[in-house]
Write a protein that binds this ligand. Structure first.
Ligand code: GAL
Length: 499
């Protein structure tokens, strides 16, 4: 009987993504846009303590990351004692967290940031600390009492309770309900590495779900530890390159929507394994696909080039756009050059609020090349499917202004003066010599910034494309061009010969 009712509930929730796609936001009111913040795992692994966490949070304020909209400071694995307390509660390791976790959460809140915790839907965390399977209500209440705003919930030591969507759903739903019962809004970040296809059913009980095994600080290196290249392969593995994860995300991008997002894992930007162009691809594509933007580098030791990628407001604005629509891949072409690592070239298109679009031309190949996207390709769904069509002229028959979202990237000189503390007062950037790249989302939301045409969010206008025209860009090896397209006023349309 219990099985029957659980099964009925599961089937009912399978139908609910449709309902939520039709207009409501989320099961717990959170996640209108993908989460932003920092997680210590990629930079520190198991090494963490209160001091490192609080130094990082303070630096996020000082360097202006908080005001760019980065919100959550997430603790991840290895924070607890090896045993629960006599009454069964999780206990923080007192060497790493001498004042306990609540004190850390309070300090992070005082800085205007939110605090994320970690556990696993198993007997142990991946690093073999006690985890929450069978203790969901008690642990959720502990987290709520500590002032936790976010739970990353892993999949290790799950006692074999996976292999069907229903088994995984039930295990993760137990914690979802427990978190809700606390009455505290807690972002629920499922981390089961895409097992049992959570993008098909997790919208009703989680705010994000990992779609693959762990990201690795490599652009495209094949790795036997990450054996799958498509999402429908059941071995999540780890050491998955950026291009591997993008390839897995491509067929399921539309499963991310306000309330619940595909999580491509935390960012590796700044960790040293990729070139500057490769990190630009990584950051841009995570924003385009609407993955969480969770920084994963050592913030107190950040370099100028890492800073100017992670602090590019024009790219953050497309991630946080209020339309909440992930980009999709229009085409993906293997290069017709015969050499190792030939990679592929792809065009990605995203609808933005207010009628704008973003496009990305991604060159994963080994040589720089010109990539072209015609307006007909960019708006192909609007032209070919009745559903996408609106009455009136097709978008491809309008002229569009093209804004380069990387053209205003902050100079190293300015980034260094911010990093060294010479260009900020209490986290507010005072050096405005590069003002086209500065944005304070605490003062003005991204939605309002876009409505008021804030330069830092629009990027630099580089051209206009005529009706039925083509957008071209020379894209470096392992590089990307990202453009915002804004329809020209029909009154200001020019003849082709005038452009
Ligand atoms: C993995 C997870 C990583 C990290 C790690 C901690 O399963 O995917 O993101 O949290 O566990 O042990």
């Amino acid at each position: 009987m219990a099985y029957f009712s659980q099964r009925t509930a599961f089937l009912a929730v399978l139908l609910m993504p449709l309902a939520s796609a039709l207009g409501s936001t989320s099961y717990n009111g959170l996640a209108k846009t993908p989460q932003t913040g920092w997680d210590k795992w990629n930079a520190y692994g198991c090494e963490i303590d209160a001091e490192t966490l609080l130094d990082t949070a303070q630096k996020m304020v000082d360097l202006g990351f908080r005001d760019l909209g980065y919100k959550y400071v997430i603790l991840d694995d290895c924070w607890s004692n090896p045993e629960r307390s006599h009454n069964g509660s999780l206990v923080a390791n007192s060497t790493k967290f001498p004042e306990g976790i609540k004190a850390v959460a309070d300090k992070i809140h005082d800085l205007g940031l939110l605090f994320g915790m970690y556990s696993s839907a198993g007997l142990y965390t991946c690093a073999q600390y006690p985890a929450s399977l069978g203790h969901e209500r008690q642990d959720a209440q502990t987290f709520a009492d500590w002032g936790v705003d976010y739970l990353k919930y892993d999949n290790c030591y799950n006692q074999g309770q996976e292999g069907t969507s229903q088994l995984t759903f039930n295990r993760y739903d137990t914690m979802s309900k427990a978190l809700n019962e606390t009455g505290r809004p807690i972002w629920y970040s499922m981390c089961n590495w895409g097992r049992d296809y959570p993008w098909n059913w997790a919208q009703t009980m989680a705010n994000s779900w990992r779609i693959s095994g762990d990201v690795y600080d490599s652009f495209d290196r094949p790795d036997a530890r990450c054996p799958c290249t498509t999402y429908d392969c059941p071995l999540p593995g780890f050491h998955c390159s950026v291009m591997n994860i993008i390839g897995k995300a491509a067929p399921i991008v539309d499963k991310g929507q306000p309330g619940g997002w595909n999580d491509l894992d935390a960012l590796e930007v700044g960790n040293g394994g990729m070139s500057d162009d490769e990190y630009k691809v990584h950051f841009s594509m995570w924003a385009m696909i609407k993955s969480p933007l969770i920084m994963g580098t050592n913030i107190p030791k950040i370099t100028a080039s890492t800073y100017s990628i992670l602090a590019n407001p024009a790219v953050i604005a497309i991630s946080q756009d209020s339309a909440g629509t992930p980009a999709y891949r229009v085409w993906n072409r293997e290069a017709d050059i015969d050499q190792y690592d030939q990679g592929s070239q792809s065009l990605w298109v995203m609808s933005l609020s207010g009628g704008d679009f973003a496009i990305a031309l991604l060159n994963a190949g080994n040589t720089s090349m010109e990539l072209n996207a015609t307006l007909e390709e960019i708006f192909i769904d609007k032209a070919t499917t009745a559903g996408g069509r609106t009455k009136g002229p097709l978008p491809s028959s309008s002229g569009w202004d093209v804004y380069d979202l990387w053209a205003n990237r902050m100079s190293d000189v300015m980034a260094n003066s911010i990093i060294q503390g010479n260009a900020t007062v209490n986290g507010t950037i005072t050096d405005t010599s590069n003002s086209a790249t500065l944005y304070n989302a605490t003062e003005m939301s991204y939605a309002d910034g876009i409505k008021s045409n804030h330069t830092a969010l629009l990027g630099a206008k580089i051209s206009s494309v005529p009706p039925m025209g083509t957008i071209s860009a020379v894209v470096p090896r392992h590089g990307i061009a990202v453009f915002r397209l804004r329809k020209q006023d029909s009154g200001s349309l020019k003849k082709r010969s005038e452009l």
